[in-house]
Design a protein around this ligand. Structure first.
Ligand code: NAD
Length: 341
């Protein structure tokens, strides 16, 4: 490679890093995105590709090496015992994306064509804000945002205002249970909230995702209490003393529901690539009629033992992928953002 194109790559990578870091700060810290997600994703993929070809361009401050944003300094900080990670995005939005993920998993597990199909838990990717709920002896003692994955913000005071999140779990609960899930806002609640804002001559909100994220990260819980927030549980953090802990992701979600936590009904155990393709298509048909926004589908290897075997790399687990739909919402989001400017 000649010197000229090397310098070009370096300068392009720096521009991409600076731009993406600025967009990520606006999105994660200020809850006020500057560009549509599809534009952010496009630049992110370009930087990933550039870094893959030129590993020396992969700097520590690159957004490809980090999870989410930094904690707001006004809120107390919480260190996560189990890191809250990102999920790799499958770039092929067609059904081939699901097949590519299954092929990667099988390769990493050393499976051949004659081996049985891998079982997956397929879920919606809710478009909200990830939260870690800490229950000690079944009582909610702390709630924190993901932050940079290692350190999040203490939002316990705000989370307590969300009626659907139990303050006390029911049943035979573990001594310590950290539950992970998404705080989101339903579309109809969002419309009602904006209608109320208009009636009062106050500023309207951009979209349900950023409104929910902003509401959770308020300093005054009285403001959060005015926002109609909802929650779906989909994962675990630190756990102690859970006798008969489930061995699969899908059984774990069932157990969370039995403890009284809200879980989404649109989920499935899918067998192999064909199962993933079927779920992806079924949810695509349902997507517009869902009462909340989704960002795509998440596929997770269902067996927790296989998840442990597959492990993690950098900021993402090897056993999960986010599979988006073709950018149909790109145009709507752009329009919404343009109206706001
Ligand atoms: P991610 O892509 O790393 O995925 C992990 C997150 O998915 C989790 O933290 C959780 O919040 C969420 N999630 C939803 N449903 C889930 C489920 N069923 N199981 C597990 N996790 C689930 O998340 P991210 O870093 O928050 O990025 C999300 C999107 O944010 C990106 O695709 C990007 O488009 C967007 N983004 C946009 C801008 C912008 O400027 N518009 C800036 C930064 C990020």
């Amino acid at each position: 490679m000649d010197l000229f194109s090397k310098a070009d790559d370096e300068s392009r990578a720096r521009t991409l890093r600076d731009t993406l870091n600025r967009y990520a700060h606006a999105y994660y810290v200020l809850d006020a995105p500057l560009v549509p997600d599809a534009e952010y994703d496009r630049l992110f993929r370009e930087l990933q590709a550039l870094e893959a070809e030129n590993p020396h361009l992969r700097t520590a401050d690159s957004p490809t090496q980090r999870v989410g944003g930094r904690a707001l300094t006004e809120l107390a900080q919480v260190r996560h015992v189990v890191a809250m990670l990102s999920i790799e995005t499958e770039t092929d939005t067609t059904e081939q994306g699901a097949r590519a993920f299954d092929a990667r998993v099988r390769r990493k597990l050393g499976l051949s064509e004659s081996d049985p199909l891998v079982e997956y838990a397929a879920e919606l990717k809710f478009d909200g804000l990830a939260i870690n709920l800490r229950y000690e002896a079944g009582v909610l003692v702390q709630a924190a945002t993901r932050g940079d994955g290692e350190v999040g913000e203490d939002v316990t005071h705000n989370i307590r205002t969300i009626g659907r999140i139990p303050l006390r779990l029911q049943g035979d609960v573990p001594e310590l249970l950290e539950v992970r899930g998404e705080v989101y806002m339903r579309r109809d609640d969002f419309e009602r909230l904006n209608a109320r804002q208009r009636e009062r001559g106050e500023k309207t909100f951009i979209n349900p995702r950023n409104t929910a994220a902003g509401a959770v990260r308020q300093l005054d819980p009285a403001v959060t209490a005015q926002r109609p927030l909802a929650f779906f549980a989909y994962g675990l953090g630190e756990v102690r003393g859970w006798t008969a802990q489930p061995q699969t992701h899908s059984a774990m979600v069932e157990a969370l529901a039995a403890f009284g936590l809200p879980v989404c009904e649109h989920r499935a155990v899918a067998k192999g690539a064909e199962g993933l393709v079927e779920f992806h298509a079924r949810m695509a048909a349902l997507r517009d009629s869902l009462p909340f926004d989704i960002d795509g589908i998440v596929y997770k290897v269902n067996s927790l033992a296989l998840q442990r075997e597959l492990g993690f790399r950098n900021r993402e687990p090897n056993w999960a992928v986010a599979h988006k739909y073709p950018a149909q919402e790109e145009i709507t989001e752009l329009l919404e953002i343009e109206v706001q400017v």
